[in-house]
Write a protein that binds this ligand. Structure first.
Ligand code: DC
Length: 233
């Protein structure tokens, strides 16, 4: 294991709506780690591309544009703020339209190359919980602890529908489940860094588990990992 002074790298991958963001935030809080929500970074990149009116099939222009984008994640009082090229885009990136657009733009190599580089810079010193689709397979294949968090499409659709309704979005359960299934398909069938479980990731199905139950499992495995390596916590 790589010796890092600030802690280990924890990867949480899985499909949309499995509860990764909530679990990553609370696990980071429990451990005193930094949370890195890579999905938020892909969403912010998609928004910038759309706002700049860039044709995603124009690879050269897209590549030049992506090299200049700057996405920062800030956390205060348990709330995440996403800053894209200096602007707060936190709420703008959370609409159903942005979810589908992001699922498309995140298939593009210039976008992935740019974000891969910044995610590695953000996580390399350890003491981080990164969540996404390709953390354990591509971004940090040697992460010390990897989880693959999933849940049934129905349960994920139900959770997403509740979240969106609470924000005042007009959505139906059937529509939300269909969106979840469509994004799963886009995320797992793309050529670059598709959603898949790393061989050494621990699979957790959150369908019938509370957030606390998932966190307890993760924290226990974290302690075992740290104990087995003799690292101080
Ligand atoms: O986790 P999320 O729903 O906020 O992610 C938004 C989209 O970003 C999702 O459709 C897939 C993409 N994504 C990705 O391709 N790779 C990641 N590491 C994280 C997210």
């Amino acid at each position: 294991m790589t010796k890092r002074s600030t802690g280990i790298i924890i990867a949480i991958d899985g499909p949309s709506g499995a509860g990764k963001s909530t679990v990553a935030r609370l696990l980071a809080e429990r451990l005193g780690y930094v949370q890195i929500d890579t999905g938020a970074m892909y969403r912010a990149a998609a928004l910038l591309i759309a706002q700049a009116g860039i044709d995603p099939s124009d690879t050269e222009t897209l590549q030049a544009f992506c090299q200049g984008i700057d996405i920062a994640l800030e956390y205060a009082d348990g709330r995440q703020t996403v800053i894209a090229n200096g602007n707060d885009v936190t709420s703008q990136i959370r609409t159903p339209e942005m979810s589908l657009l992001t699922s498309r733009t995140s298939t593009l190599k210039p976008v992935r190359d740019a974000l891969l580089k910044s995610q590695r810079q953000m996580g390399v010193d350890g003491g981080v919980v990164l969540e996404g689709r390709d953390i354990g397979t591509v971004v940090f294949p040697d992460a010390e602890l990897k989880f693959y968090l999933s849940a049934s499409a129905e349960e994920r659709g139900r959770r997403r529908c509740e979240e969106l309704s609470a924000k005042g979005e007009q959505v139906t359960l059937a529509e939300t489940i269909a969106d979840v299934v469509k994004r799963d398909q886009q995320d797992s069938e793309r050529d670059i860094a598709p959603l898949r479980k790393a061989e050494d990731a621990i699979a957790i199905d959150s369908s019938a588990k509370t957030v606390e139950e998932v966190l307890d499992i993760m924290e226990q495995l974290y302690k075992e990992k740290i104990n087995s390596t003799g690292m101080a916590i």
